[in-house]
Design a protein around this ligand. Structure first.
Ligand code: GDP
Ligand code: MN
Length: 397
């Protein structure tokens, strides 16, 4: 589950990670009040107004602006709230901004120049260990750094049995070229950041930039935090951070009816039972010259009601040109699924306006094929995987 920057910072702060302080505002007046309150807390009269949407690259899209007085706070907040923010990470339509974070300006001048670093914490899937990835090249697109100057990206892998060790935190501070106060601050920052990652059951922290202020404080200026959905039952307060306005509406609906649905960009909808078969089906679609429009696991109980819900979900996506149903009848009987498809088809009438290819394999597959073939509906049935692929190819061309 993704959360907003301000929520990510709240989590970091609760574990003692230093953050750029801020207050959320839903309209221009709230933004002005927030700025006044922050000035009392921090003593700074300058603020940054930051759009809160689940997408990075907000700065480039005009979603992060510096305000030097309250009048500017008001103007900028009024412009940003309600806008459709387009960034390199959103669609061309952009994302509607419902709220902004009014934050203290931390790029104030002083003894040293402020410096930006990159830092993320994530799982290295090939070693099965968490790692801290960091770079001196902060504030930039990390993909570009990885492509053009890969030697400037460092990693530190953490042994789960002992956690992050002191020498590792010091190595990070050293590799970032720090000394003195900033070095000590970075060691503290990294240690508390890793504790936060571990204790919050997160699957990703991306802090870009981590800032060294002109007076050598180290803090998180941005925070992209992804929480592990499967651990949310342990964190009721984090679960409440969900903002469904930011999520794909079909995915949200699927969750409500208990279907595992992930929207993708292709043209062939798929309805499958079991995640492994679903992935194999997506490969099959690609081989047949199509692109999967979604991942959908209907689970073990593919009755008429469920099949109908699944069809409705798939058809919400108007890129879908065909639907491939691929069900293995292990626990569920194929003829029951076939009946479910026929019933759903009849119930939905004209709502199903694309060809459907059905492959049922397993218990009572023959009965199921007969049921579909004799239903008189525009459904193509197949028994073999290859047959289903050929039919997909046929209806797409
Ligand atoms: P992103 O563009 O979505 O990654 O949003 P960030 O939170 O990373 O902010 C984008 C950029 O805004 C940062 O890289 C900074 O250069 C700038 N920025 C953020 N906070 C401040 C601030 O307090 N003062 C100034 N002057 N610039 C800031
Ligand atoms: Mn950023």
């Amino acid at each position: 589950m993704n959360i907003h920057e301000y929520q990510g910072k709240e989590i970091l702060n609760s574990f003692g990670v230093r953050i750029q302080r801020g207050i959320v505002a839903h309209n221009a007046q709230e933004a002005v009040n927030a700025a006044k309150e922050l000035t009392e807390q921090t003593g700074t009269g300058w603020h940054v107004i930051k759009a809160q949407v689940h997408a990075g690259g907000r700065g480039k899209g005009g979603g992060v602006k510096l305000a030097k007085n309250l009048k500017e706070v008001e103007e900028i907040a009024r412009n940003i709230i309600g806008m459709d923010l387009v960034t390199p990470q959103t669609s061309a339509e952009g994302k509607k901004v419902h709220q902004v974070l009014v934050a203290e300006d931390v790029y104030y001048p002083g003894e040293n120049e402020p410096e930006e670093y990159y830092m993320s914490v994530l799982l290295n899937r090939s070693t099965g260990r968490n790692m801290i990835m960091y770079s001196t090249e902060g504030g930039m697109d990390i993909e570009t750094v990885a492509e053009e100057t890969p030697h400037l990206i460092f990693t530190e892998e953490i042994d789960p049995s002992v956690g992050l060790l002191g020498f590792q935190a010091r190595r990070i501070a050293f590799n970032l070229g720090l000394s003195g106060t900033a070095f000590k601050e970075m060691v503290k920052f990294v240690s508390s950041l890793y504790t936060a990652f571990d204790k919050s059951d997160s699957s990703l922290f991306e802090i870009n930039p981590v800032l060294k202020t002109s007076d050598d404080k180290i803090m998180a200026v941005d925070a992209k935090v992804t929480l592990d959905d499967n651990a949310l039952f342990r964190h009721k307060d984090y679960a409440e951070m969900r903002d469904i306005r930011e999520e794909n509406s079909t995915e949200v609906e699927a969750k409500k009816v208990g279907l595992n649905y992930v929207a993708l960009d292709g043209n062939v909808g798929c309805m499958v039972n079991g995640a492994g078969l679903a992935m194999a089906t997506m490969d099959l679609i690609k081989q047949a010259g199509g692109e999967p429009a979604n991942f959908l696991d209907v689970g073990g109980t593919a009755d008429a009601k469920r099949v109908e819900e699944a069809f409705r979900l798939i058809l919400k996506d108007d890129k879908v040109e065909a639907i491939l149903v691929n069900i293995f009848g292990g626990i569920v009987r194929c003829d029951r699924v076939a009946q479910g498809i026929v019933d759903a088809y009849k119930n939905m009438g004209d709502a199903i306006n694309v060809p459907i290819i059905v492959r049922l394999q397993g218990t009572n597959a023959d009965v199921a094929k007969k049921l579909i073939d004799e239903s008189g509906l525009g459904v193509h049935s197949a028994v073999q995987f290859q047959e289903a692929a050929d039919k997909v190819q046929e209806v797409l061309s």
